[in-house]
Design a protein around this ligand. Structure first.
Ligand code: MTE
Length: 318
């Protein structure tokens, strides 16, 4: 693709919010007298993040790009989910997943690495400082959210296990617990849910392992206790409740790409110019807003991620 055609939306500081900025914003809210309002909201949207229904006229520091990029509410993020191992009904995933046992938990990191390791969740939380990242999330189905994740760059964990020079891809595997997941033995899906990234994509600073949202631990329906978040790719790449990460030499088979390779590419980079065979990808419905908004190339992260795809045909490798 001609780089001149790239429509890039620069990432504003409030979309990737390091903790110190987040904290100073909290101070700012306090000065503005908004803390009471935050506390009122705490029952449904825990944490310190500004409410998603700010009065107009506030400084743009509270927003992402514009009014359409206000944070999606905690209730919407946790009440409208895709987690097919439990159910395909987005609005009952929370109910179906509520008894999913996420502690104790461990993640095995194996394959082409010098230091294969099984991390307990406690070790992960201890070793890697959690930071807030506010990202757009665009589902391949045409809806989107703006989510304040807590997590850490996957790169940090990968560096600790030291991929060998043969490692070129990273394969992720979700938990599969038949007693706790109604669809675990479904004929429709070849679970366990598998996803993959090229190693350089996995090492990109925007790629995180998320452990929380709205400053709270992830609830089961959103992929507790640890999930991937790759904000420039369609949401199905952001695999939930990870139990294994393997470094491999070749592009691994992934769940959606195996089921329907012509509909769900391995790369799955958000691209308004490459339609899904059954619908347009040019626009999206931001959950909580009326109407549709234009979908951004690379979900608005082109400036950061296009160096990964230099010389690659993005229509062919969709
Ligand atoms: N991971 C697993 N294990 N199972 C799933 O069904 N759904 C994917 C992705 N990760 C899914 C998954 C899809 S299609 C999307 S859009 C996102 O999770 C949704 O994340 P959310 O429900 O937290 O918004």
């Amino acid at each position: 693709m001609d780089r001149k055609q790239i429509r890039s939306v620069p990432i504003r500081p409030e979309e990737i919010t390091p903790k110190h900025i987040y904290q100073s914003r909290r101070q700012f809210l306090k000065n503005m007298g908004f803390v009471g309002m935050g506390a009122l909201l705490a029952s449904c949207a825990p944490g310190l993040t500004p409410p998603d229904e700010l009065p107009t006229g506030l400084p743009t520091d509270f927003r992402t790009d514009n009014m359409n990029n206000l944070l999606t509410s905690y209730d919407a993020i946790t009440g409208y989910c895709n987690f097919y191992e439990f159910t395909t009904d987005k609005e009952t995933v929370d109910e179906k997943a509520q008894d999913f046992v996420t502690s104790p938990w461990s993640v095995a990191v194996t394959g082409l690495v010098e230091n294969p390791r099984i991390f307990t969740m406690e070790e992960i939380l201890e070793a890697y400082e959690q930071e807030e990242r506010i990202y757009r999330m665009r589902c391949v189905e045409g809806w989107s959210m703006v989510i304040p994740w807590m997590g850490f760059p996957l790169q940090k964990l990968l560096e600790d296990v030291r991929p060998t020079s043969e490692a070129k891809f990273v394969l992720f595997e979700s938990a599969l617990v038949p007693g706790q997941m109604d669809n675990a033995n479904s004929d429709l899906f070849p679970f366990p849910y598998l996803e993959g990234l090229r190693l350089d994509e996995a090492m990109h600073d925007l790629t995180i392992l998320a452990t929380g949202l709205y400053n709270e631990p992830l609830p089961p329906q959103n992929g507790a206790p640890i999930r991937l978040v790759v904000p420039w790719k369609y949401g199905f790449k952001s695999i939930k409740s990870i139990v294994r990460i393997s470094l491999v030499p070749d592009q691994p088979p992934t769940l959606w790409n195996t089921i329907a390779p012509n509909e769900y590419g391995f790369y799955a980079n958000v691209n308004p110019d490459v339609d899904h065979p059954r619908w347009s990808q040019a626009t999206e419905r931001r959950i909580g807003d009326a109407g549709r908004i234009p979908t951004l190339f690379m979900n608005g992260y082109a400036e950061e991620v296009m160096p990964l795809y230099e010389g690659m045909d993005l229509e062919e490798n969709f």
